[in-house]
Design a binder for this molecule. Structure first.
Ligand SMILES: Cc1cc2nc3c(=O)[nH]c(=O)nc-3n(C[C@H](O)[C@H](O)[C@H](O)COP(=O)(O)OP(=O)(O)OC[C@H]3O[C@@H](n4cnc5c(N)ncnc54)[C@H](O)[C@@H]3O)c2cc1C
Length: 434
């Protein structure tokens, strides 16, 4: 299976290019092997490096480390969500279990950036759930009840207040949650690469092609070499299924996003010079839209079953047109040609929105399926799956494992048919807010 990123992601382009990548060129043995170098894999590697400073630990990525979804996301480190992709989690007890995990995720990222003094444009400005449809006020009132029961600080906003804060009259109803952070996802994951402990060997541009388990070893085949590991952690998120990991419990979804160039002084004045903000949609398939601290607008308004994973330039251009329309609807005064880049990324979903955090066989572990919460939960799960693989228990692991396990999915072609139908239906319901 091909894992290829497009090179259009603004967050990646903001960073200084890395050099001196190593690819796998020979056969090796190691104690620990981690597949996938995003937030999850890098956090697992960091933790294992601390636990075992004298053991050989290898982390491998099919492309450049951190340049998958971990650099391609919208940068919301969430404390609460109204929707999980295209489903909503309404039951209070389950919602609390999910929010407890988010809370641990925020703490894991906070601890990381404090410990390593990471600059990732961290802004504790909370986030908005907003809709142009007045009738969505009912959904927000119900959500407000849930948040109140769980003591999340939040408030419902009038249209006037909202337009002052966001610089657009598009939205009619909104709820602001105080918790949650906006950040630069590329800077965060780059820091995770930069601080990898010395005993971690990072191989890039090395795709895992095949793997199998013999008695005490896991044998992994790459194009130019083989690695035999005593223990392995799969941290490939949207690519778990393609490696045969929990195949009947997760599936990949492709998202696309666009980012504008920075607004000029005049353009910024024309939208009222608001402070940095982030809006999540009330309806699952509505647009996520964000104004960055350097005055760029990011929009994400697609979620698709897309095969192959990589989008052609033509496909990205088509989605970019929809994203331009999404920006114009909200900011008609801005010029047509301000989108600077469009990119796609792969996330992983489960049927009931629960995450995967498991020992799947002796010495084989997997973590993933965070949908839109992977910044915090991926960082947390990476660290904690390393601890679990080390046969230890923590309060965090207990909280993670208190949540329901992912539920079984039907086989193909029924699965894709079902997902496509659901996405189509949700797109219609969210039409005005795309
Ligand atoms: C457009 C978009 C917007 C999003 N917005 C948000 C948001 O605002 N907030 C939030 O919390 N989350 C968001 N997400 C989700 C978030 O990005 C992911 O949950 C998170 O990146 C998962 O991290 P990870 O390390 O588990 O997986 P990834 O970052 O996907 O890393 C997995 C790595 O595995 C590698 N890999 C795959 N197959 C192989 C193989 N065969 N061999 C070797 N390596 C392999 C890949 O190259 C990749 O680098 C968004 C995602 C996208 C795409």
């Amino acid at each position: 299976m091909e894992v290829t990123n497009d090179n259009g992601c603004s967050w990646v382009q903001d960073l200084i290019s890395r050099t001196n990548f190593k690819a796998i060129q020979s056969n090796e043995d190691c104690e620990w092997l981690i597949i996938g170098a995003g937030y999850t894999g890098l956090s697992a590697a960091r933790k294992l490096g601390q636990l075992y400073p004298n053991q050989k630990i290898i982390i491998v990525d099919a492309q450049l480390a951190g340049e998958g979804a971990s650099s391609r996301n919208s940068g919301y480190l969430v404390d609460t969500t109204l929707n999980d992709g295209f489903t909503s989690n309404k039951e209070l007890d389950n919602y609390k279990k999910k929010a407890d995990i988010y809370d641990l995720g925020i703490n894991a990222v906070k601890k990381f950036i404090n410990q390593y003094q990471v600059d990732c444009d961290w802004n504790e400005c909370g986030k908005y759930f907003a809709s142009s449809k007045k009738e969505d006020a009912k959904i927000l009132r119900n959500f407000s009840d849930t948040l109140a029961k769980l003591d999340f600080e939040h408030n419902l906003l009038s249209k006037n207040e909202l337009s002052k804060r966001l610089g657009t009259n598009f939205y009619n109803v909104a709820l602001h949650t105080k918790g949650g952070v906006l950040l630069h996802p590329g800077k965060l994951v780059r820091a995770m690469i930069d601080v990898l402990p010395k005993n971690i060997c990072l191989y890039e541009n090395s795709s895992l092609l095949n793997w199998n388990k013999t008695k005490d070893l896991i044998s992994c085949e790459f194009k130019n070499g083989k690695i035999n590991a005593k223990k392995i952690i799969f941290a490939t998120n949207g690519f778990l299924k393609s490696l045969g990991i929990k195949s009947n419990y997760n599936f990949p979804i492709t998202l696309t996003a666009s980012m504008t160039r920075p607004l000029t002084d005049d353009e910024f004045k024309s939208i009222g010079q608001p402070k940095e903000w982030g809006v999540l949609p009330v309806r699952p398939m509505g647009a996520t839209i964000r104004l960055t601290k350097d005055r760029r607008i990011l929009i994400r308004n697609t979620a698709e079953v897309h095969n192959p994973f990589k989008m052609s330039k033509l496909n990205l251009d088509k989605r970019s047109i929809n994203q331009k329309i999404g920006i114009k609807k909200r900011f008609p005064q801005l010029p047509d040609d301000i989108i600077q880049s469009t990119w796609s990324g792969i996330v992983s979903r489960t049927r009931n929105s629960s995450q995967i955090f498991e020992k799947i066989d002796t010495n084989i572990f997997a973590a993933g399926c965070y949908n839109g919460s992977g910044i915090g939960v991926g960082t947390l799960f990476g660290e904690q799956i390393a601890i679990k693989a080390n046969n230890e228990n923590t309060k965090e692991i207990e909280t993670i494992e208190a949540r329901n396990k992912p539920t079984w999915l039907p086989p193909q072609p029924f699965l894709n048919l079902g997902i496509k139908t659901r996405l189509f239906y949700e797109r219609i319901r969210a039409k005005s807010d795309i």
